[in-house]
Design a protein around this ligand. Structure first.
Ligand SMILES: Nc1nc2c(ncn2[C@@H]2O[C@H](COP(=O)(O)OP(=O)(O)OP(=O)(O)O)[C@@H](O)[C@H]2O)c(=O)[nH]1
Length: 305
């Protein structure tokens, strides 16, 4: 259901923008790597996890390429055993929706938690294996057999030994990610590091309309996810999905002849325009995602909110 949608002009461009998930068990050096990749341009705004499938952690624009680094909740927990609980279909699905997955492990240390991550790697998305902390290797010669063994476990797009701490081979990693990012205009201004506050407000506005306009029929577990958030001068182009658990909930929210969804979208857009002080093109649709609420509540139990 489209409230308003404009097509971008069909002009040729060779800019590449895409989403990169950096995943791995705790303590392998994901944050260190991210900071090194993004450099001084970014200070990660918040470590607080959300129940969205992806959380934008940082944006790096370099020449004709924009890397958007995202977190996938479920890989961030430090609680023992929790990793397995959240390594579910949703996480796997979320990983399938980025352009590249960077899986970080520690050189010479492959634990059962790494094994759990290995088991949910997406099949359709390129996965680059990063073997971190090579600076701390006692015997450099051990690295090759370690890497060779891992290469038999999964069809990795690349395997790159790095030291996130010392910046060894991190530029190589960026170059290897680059070819997998699709041709797209930049989604963020060059200096932007995160759009999280505005995105968050956008989800809250839509959620508020959903709850207000669906009254008692509010489907339990309904949530909103921003799928596209693009600033084009004085225009925000936003695409959002309302996630519900059941087909019947979807019908409820769409309403007779799509009336309810239309109202949700148009009232949301009006609020956003007022709040953001610019024109908003908003596209809203409804997706059925079974088990969403379960996963959300399980994430909550883990301290996510
Ligand atoms: N020797 C060495 N230590 C590193 C390297 N990268 C990260 N570390 C250290 O490993 C520890 C964990 O690093 P983080 O970046 O916090 O790891 P993380 O994977 O983000 O951890 P969680 O937030 O728990 O998921 C820190 O003490 C880092 O200094 C590296 O390349 N070499």
């Amino acid at each position: 259901m489209t409230e308003q949608l404009i097509d971008s002009p069909d002009t040729p461009h060779s800019f590449h923008t895409g989403f990169v998930a950096i995943i791995g068990r705790p303590n392998v050096g994901k944050s260190t790597l991210m900071n090194k990749l993004i450099g001084q341009k970014v200070s990660i705004t918040s470590k607080k996890a959300q129940t969205t499938r992806h959380r934008i952690n940082g944006v790096l624009t370099e020449g004709d390429t924009q890397y958007i680094f995202v977190d996938t909740p479920g890989f961030q927990t430090k609680h023992g055993g929790a990793l397995n609980r959240v390594l579910n279909r949703n996480v796997s699905q979320a990983l399938g929706e980025v352009d590249v997955v960077v899986w970080v492990i520690e050189a010479m240390k492959f634990t059962s938690q790494d094994e759990a991550v290995l088991n949910i790697l997406p099949r359709e998305t390129p996965v680059i294996l990063v073997v971190n902390k090579v600076d701390a290797l006692e015997r450099k010669n051990d690295l090759l057999p370690f890497v060779q063994k891992l290469s038999t476990r999964f069809d990795f797009a690349q395997i790159i030994p790095v030291s996130a701490k010392n910046g060894i081979q991190t530029d190589v990693l960026l170059n290897q990610i680059k070819p997998y990012l699709p041709e797209n205009p930049p989604f963020f201004d060059e200096d932007d590091i995160t759009d999280r506050p505005t995105r968050f407000l956008a989800t809250e506005i839509i959620r508020e309309k959903v709850f207000r306009l669906s009254g008692d029929e509010v489907p339990y577990g309904c949530t909103v996810e921003i799928e596209l958030f693009q600033e084009e001068g004085k225009l925000y182009r936003i695409a959002a999905a309302i996630l519900v658990e059941r087909e019947a909930h979807k019908g409820m929210l769409i309403g007779k002849d799509g009336e309810r969804l239309k109202r949700i979208a148009s009232e949301s857009r009006a609020d956003m325009e007022r709040l953001f002080g610019c024109k908003v093109f908003l596209e809203v649709w409804i997706k059925v995602r079974q088990g969403w609420a379960d996963s959300e509540s399980s994430l909550r139990k883990l301290g996510y909110e």
